[in-house]
Design a protein around this ligand. Structure first.
Ligand code: HEC
Ligand code: HEC
Length: 88
């Protein structure tokens, strides 16, 4: 590779990195609804996340009373997206 080409690649690399950085910094704040702080969900505040997540589908499964909305994103780790509501 000659010198001129290398310089062009370096500039391209810098511009791309800068672009990605700006994109990440401009990402909107998290808007996903948080885990409610009510009697249905109170127990999960005292449980490790992985353990708590095994109980969610009892009430939020296909046949349960509160199914997930249509088009819900992949649902493996509930609490990664639905964060606990910070204590008041
Ligand atoms: C005992 C039944 C029950 C269990 C278990 C349960 N939920 Fe719920 N959940 C409900 C009910 C009922 C509602 C709807 C009423 C409300 O908003 O509190 C709800 C609502 C929600 C909402 C929406 C809140 C809103 O503001 O619209 C989220 C998010 C949620 N649950 C997440 C979870 C997660 C994550 C788990 C597992 C850690 C879980 N739930 C376990 C009964 C349950
Ligand atoms: C990849 C992220 C992600 C994961 C994992 C996830 N959810 Fe969601 N969930 C969302 C998004 C996004 C919405 C759309 C509503 C919103 O803007 O919060 C939603 C909506 C919901 C709602 C309806 C809230 C309402 O008021 O309309 C419930 C209930 C819910 N999720 C429960 C769960 C449960 C239970 C699990 C685990 C089995 C789970 N979610 C896993 C991202 C996620």
């Amino acid at each position: 590779m000659n010198k001129k080409k290398a310089t062009i690649y370096n500039i391209l690399f810098l511009v791309t990195s800068l672009g990605i950085l700006i994109f990440l910094l401009k990402a909107p704040p998290e808007t996903t609804v948080k885990l409610p702080r009510d009697k249905n969900h109170a127990v999960f505040y005292h449980m490790p996340k992985k353990e708590a997540e095994q109980h969610c589908t009892q009430c939020h499964g296909e046949e349960a009373g509160n199914p997930l909305p249509v088009g819900h994103p992949p649902k493996y780790r509930c609490l990664f997206c639905h964060k606990k509501t910070p204590s008041p």
